[in-house]
Write a protein that binds this ligand. Structure first.
Ligand code: SAH
Ligand code: SF4
Ligand code: F3S
Length: 445
């Protein structure tokens, strides 16, 4: 690689889960701290960070088309390209071999070392860093300065569950929990930087364990209780949780902490016990339903969300039918559903009975139709009620605002408000993906 000039502008493009979005924000802050400015919308950047996702084949392949596009658009003066995220972790060497335009490959646990890698790239050397030092990066990152009203806070990383279809345990490593005090301090800084809502993130967020200020062992509910004491923090959410890590304390927290929003994202993946076993999910359908019942007993208005995979190897039509039955039984407010994608190195990729693509497509369509029906019904059921809406941004129409209800529904309304306000809205009309509301009273200061 030739030597080059120090980049003046950067762009970070994040794909994948919310944890990647969080990492992308932290990388942007780190680059800004190095005196590199975010590129203006529509203009080319001198340094582009592709923060990638490896979860399904389509997501993983996207990195190569993105690199091709950047090289083409750059002509004689292509940008410095860094590949970060889970594809970097999983396929770093392959990327370096396949894409000579890439100067840096940096894994999700090593991005705090980007400045040193940029220095190397300036000397014309390509650099790969996919080490996984436990919790080193957070201490090395600059403090948060300005954030949106709804901010992410990664509290837990990695996964020890080894579902047979999933790459996350390989790309993100073993489960680690960030220390209690560090998280309380970061949440405090997020609030000072403008956050009114914090979403605690983890690949298995409810596997978070720590010691509180008194040195007592505590779980996610203890952390939530502490964060709820921050006066200007109005809402707390968490995602993604795993059924095996749900505790009595977490369920109880939903009934006791007003700031903890009535929303639970608890992926189930399949409605068939045989498939769940083959997936190594460590829960049964019945066990999952019993957990949901307990959450509903603690917080009757809790909105439920889940993840589903159709076409896992060996899934029969009858087993898929069990997933549809589960969807009818639960009545999800929202859900994500995917066609199974065989991932290199995972046990499921080598299993017999891989399901034909057309069959998966047809099952996904039926599942999404059912989930869509429930989502619309959930939204329609809220019409006529009043709720608090956290204003996140302006809408497309003049005078229009967009915010979130406690149940994570997008709500549009017009009137006198500002980003970051918590306003009272009457919900007037519902669509599949959003609601229209009428502003009642401005938030009390
Ligand atoms: N830790 C979380 C989510 C991890 S990834 C959990 O266990 O629930 C987000 C979702 O992607 C998963 O819940 C699953 O539904 C989906 N997913 C993961 N691997 C996949 C694969 N190989 N093919 C299709 N979907 C997959
Ligand atoms: Fe993947 Fe399963 Fe871990 Fe979720 S719990 S990240 S699906 S291995
Ligand atoms: Fe994708 Fe990595 Fe998140 S594989 S879903 S970016 S943990």
């Amino acid at each position: 690689m030739p030597t080059r000039e120090h980049p003046r502008t950067f762009r970070v493009k994040s794909l994948g889960c919310q944890m990647n979005v969080y990492d992308g924000e932290r990388m942007a802050e780190l680059l800004a701290d190095q005196g590199i400015a975010p590129a203006v919308d529509g203009q080319d950047a001198d340094l582009v960070v592709l923060n990638t996702c490896h979860i399904r084949e389509k997501a993983a392949e996207k990195v190569y088309s993105d690199i091709g596009r950047l090289v083409k658009a750059g002509g004689d003066n292509p940008p410095m390209i860094a590949v970060a995220g889970c594809v970097a972790q999983a396929e770093g060497e392959e990327i370096m071999a396949r894409a000579p335009a890439v100067g840096m490959v940096v894994g999700p646990q090593a991005y705090h070392r980007l400045p040193a890698m940029i220095a190397k790239a300036l000397r014309g050397e390509r650099a790969t860093d996919t080490d996984m030092p436990a919790d080193a990066k957070f201490a090395a990152l600059p403090p948060r300065r300005r954030v949106a009203p709804s901010a992410f806070l990664t509290v837990q990383e990695g996964c020890d569950k080894f579902c047979t279809y999933c790459v996350v345990p390989y790309t993100r490593g073993a489960e680690i929990s960030r220390p209690f005090g560090e998280l309380v301090a970061e949440a405090q800084r997020l609030v000072e930087a403008g956050a009114r809502e914090v979403t605690l993130l983890g690949q298995n967020v409810n596997a978070w364990r720590g010691e509180d200020a008194k040195g007592c062992a505590t779980g996610l509910d203890g952390l939530i209780r502490e964060l709820a004491k921050l006066p200007d923090l109005q809402r707390i959410r968490y995602t993604t949780s795993h059924p095996a890590d749900v505790t009595d304390g977490l369920i109880a927290a939903h009934g006791e902490i007003d700031k903890l929003m009535p929303y639970l994202h608890l992926p189930v993946q399949s409605g068939s016990d045989r498939v769940l076993k083959a997936m190594n999910r460590s829960h049964t359908v019945d066990g999952y339903l019993r957990l949901l019942e307990r959450f509903r007993a603690a917080r009757p208005d809790i909105a439920l969300s889940g993840d589903f995979i159709v076409g896992f190897p060996g899934e029969s039509e009858a087993e898929f039918g069990e997933t549809l039955r589960l969807v009818e039984a639960v009545g999800y407010a929202h859900a994500f559903s995917f066609m199974y994608s065989p991932r290199p190195g995972t046990p499921a990729a080598a299993m017999n009975g891989q399901v034909a693509r057309e069959v998966m497509e047809e099952r996904l369509q039926r599942l999404q139709a059912a989930l869509g029906r429930h989502q619309l019904a959930f939204n329609q059921a809220s019409v006529g009620s009043r709720c608090a809406v956290l204003v996140e941004r302006k809408g497309k129409k003049p005078g229009q605002w967009l915010g979130k209800s406690p149940w994570l529904q997008s709500v549009f309304f017009e009137g006198d408000a500002a980003i970051g306000d918590l306003v009272e809205v009457e919900l007037a009309a519902a669509g599949p993906n959003s609601l229209a509301g009428e502003l009642l009273v401005p938030a009390a200061a």
